[in-house]
Write a protein that binds this ligand. Structure first.
Ligand code: SAM
Length: 229
C-alpha cells in the first residue's frame, strides 16, 4: 500500500487506524489537492493525523487531545501512557508547519475554536468514547464544519454488545444524526460513520440511522457490515 511508507520512520505503540485508510482515502478524495483545514479530536500518537497530512498534502490540521489517555488505556502500561504526547510531538515534527496542537479537553478547545470563528472541511471525532462526551463533541464540532465538509466518527460499534450505553459512542452518534437528519448525507457506515454536511440543511429524511430492527440487520451490525433499510 502506498501509505505504509508514511509511518515507517515514526514510533507507535498501537494501530487503531490503518483499517480505515482505504475508506478515508475514498471519502476524502475530493479534498486531495485542496488547501483544506482538518480538525481531529483525539490524536494519541498521531497516526490518524499523519494519514490526513500525507493524503491531503496541502491541508493544515488542528489536533485536540489531553494526551492524558484515561482509565481505559491503563492496560497499555505506564511507560506507554506517560509518553503519548512525546511520541505525538516526535511523529508530527516533520509536519510542524501544518499542525496546531491543542493540549486540552475537547470541549474548551472546541469552544476556543468557535470563538476564533474557525471552520473546518474535515473533522475526525475520536476522543472520549463515553456516550455523553461523544454527543457534546459532535454538537460542538458540527458547528465548526463547513458546508460540504466531511465528518468522520470512529468507533460506532465499539463496546458492543456488552458495554453499557453510557460508556460507548453508538447512541450518541445515533442521537446526533437523528436530530440533524436534514443536514447531511451518509457516505459510509461500518465501525465508522462518515457524513457530508449539506449546505443549508436541506431535508433528507432518508439519512436517518434508524435501520429496521430485523435479525438480518442485527447480524450485519454485529459483524460490522452496512445495515439495510
Ligand atoms: C483512540 S485515541 C485516538 C487515536 C488516534 N485518532 C489514532 O487513530 O491514532 C483517543 C484519544 O482521545 C484522547 N481523549 C480522551 N478523552 C478526551 C477529551 N475529553 N478531550 C480530549 N482528548 C481526549 C485520549 O487522550 C486519546 O489520546
Amino acid at each position: 500500500m502506498e501509505w505504509d511508507v508514511w509511518f515507517q520512520d515514526k514510533t507507535f505503540t498501537t494501530d487503531w487506524s490503518s483499517s480505515n485508510y482505504a475508506h478515508w482515502a475514498r471519502n476524502c478524495e475530493k479534498f486531495r489537492q485542496r488547501a483544506v483545514s482538518v480538525l481531529e479530536i483525539g490524536s494519541w500518537e498521531g497516526r490518524s493525523a499523519i494519514f490526513f497530512l500525507e493524503f491531503l498534502p496541502k491541508c493544515r490540521i488542528s489536533c485536540i487531545d489531553t494526551f492524558a489517555a484515561g482509565p481505559g488505556y491503563a492496560y497499555l502500561g505506564d511507560a506507554v501512557v506517560n509518553s503519548i504526547e512525546a511520541r505525538f510531538d516526535s511523529n508530527l515534527s516533520p509536519y510542524r508547519d501544518r499542525v496546531r496542537k491543542l493540549t486540552s479537553r475537547s470541549l474548551p478547545a472546541l469552544d476556543q475554536l468557535a470563538q476564533e470563528n474557525a471552520t473546518f472541511d474535515l473533522i475526525y471525532i475520536d476522543g472520549s468514547h463515553a456516550r455523553d462526551d461523544v454527543l457534546m463533541d459532535s454538537v460542538q464540532a458540527w458547528r465548526l464544519l463547513a458546508p460540504n465538509g466531511i465528518c468522520i466518527w470512529d468507533d460506532y460499534t465499539w463496546g458492543l454488545p456488552d458495554m453499557p450505553s453510557a460508556e460507548r459512542p453508538q447512541h450518541a452518534i445515533d442521537a446526533f444524526l437523528d436530530s440533524h437528519a436534514d443536514e447531511f448525507q451518509i457516505l459510509h457506515t461500518s465501525a465508522q460513520i462518515v457524513v457530508e454536511k449539506r449546505p443549508g440543511g436541506r431535508a433528507n429524511r432518508g439519512n436517518r440511522l434508524t435501520f429496521p430492527r430485523t435479525a438480518a440487520n442485527l447480524m450485519r451490525f454485529l459483524t460490522r457490515r452496512p445495515m439495510r433499510h
